[in-house]
Write a protein of this length. Structure first.
Length: 29
């Protein structure tokens, strides 16, 4: 297993999650 690819995948997933949370915060905030 390539750790670099795993880390990139994890970071991209959390990036999307962070964008969704920020968008929700701005929308309801």
């Amino acid at each position: 297993m390539d750790v670099g690819n795993y880390l990139k995948l994890w970071l991209s997933n959390n990036y999307v999650l962070a964008i969704i949370l920020l968008s929700s915060g701005y929308r309801f905030g």
